[in-house]
Design a protein around this ligand. Structure first.
Ligand SMILES: Nc1ncnc2c1ncn2[C@@H]1O[C@H](COP(=O)(O)OP(=O)(O)OP(=O)(O)O)[C@@H](O)[C@H]1O
Length: 226
């Protein structure tokens, strides 16, 4: 597993401190982050691949400072957004998956084979030539995950990946998560999604208020939110 380290990390937006002096080492395979709305989860998750940089402190991935080595870090850390629409950049499903590989310096047959393998894995082969924007919400989220995984990142960060999905599609995403070899960090309000994870971090007002195996951490979170 990769080692993600937060060292005295704070982040301030205009209206105040959103992440408040967080020190963490994330080495487990599957890590969940929970917390009330506005507690700083997304900001923390975004710092793992440099979408947000710390106001103070450092975040490193395998020793690489995320603020200084953004491009290298983003190769290692794939990010899945809540709203898959924001992630679709190409007209068709196949083109959208292939787009991830544009800077990977692969020869065309190798790139094409990687795209087909990932389409197959996510049950997207029959949809490959469809307009990506016309897929259903669940299909779009699978496409977003496929488009991230085709780049073979070591780490996948997903920010509320099931929030916009119905129960069936949410379960599908959870099943795919269960089969991933990659290290996975998931921000979620769907607590059952995190029950089988290795570690769950609970945030409150920018701080980590519980950090344990899921049962204990989720109990602490339920107690916190009453
Ligand atoms: N780009 C931004 N500019 C200014 N303030 C921001 C920005 N992004 C987030 N914030 C503020 O930072 C705080 C934490 O936001 P963040 O999205 O990290 O919380 P969260 O725990 O992920 O919340 P939610 O569960 O609602 O998604 C919120 O008060 C939010 O309004």
């Amino acid at each position: 597993m990769s080692a993600i380290r937060f060292d005295g990390v704070s982040h301030r937006f205009d209206d105040g401190l959103v992440v408040d002096d967080v020190t963490l080492e994330l080495t487990e395979r599957r890590i969940g982050i929970v917390g009330a709305n506005g507690s700083g989860k997304s900001t923390l998750a975004r710092m793992v691949n440099g979408l947000v940089t710390p106001t103070t402190g450092t975040v490193t991935v395998d020793g690489l400072d995320v603020a200084r080595h953004g491009r290298e870090v983003r190769r290692r850390v794939g990010f899945v957004f809540t709203n898959a629409d924001t992630q679709i950049v190409m007209p068709t499903v196949r083109e959208d998956v292939a787009f991830t590989l544009r800077r990977h310096r692969l020869d065309a047959p190798t790139a094409a084979a990687r795209v087909e393998a990932v389409l197959e894995r996510f049950g997207l082969v029959e949809l490959a030539d469809r307009p990506a924007h016309r897929l259903s919400g669940g299909q779009k989220q699978l496409l977003a995950l496929a488009a991230v995984l085709v780049g073979e990142p070591a780490i996948v960060v997903a920010d509320e990946p099931t929030t916009l999905l119905d129960a069936r599609n949410a379960r599908r995403i959870a099943e795919h998560f269960a089969t991933l070899d990659e290290q996975l960090i998931v921000v979620s309000h769907h607590l059952e999604l995190l029950e089988s994870f290795d570690r769950v971090i609970v945030m409150e007002a920018g701080r980590i208020v519980a950090d344990a195996e899921p049962e204990a951490a989720l109990d602490a979170y339920r107690a916190l939110i009453g």
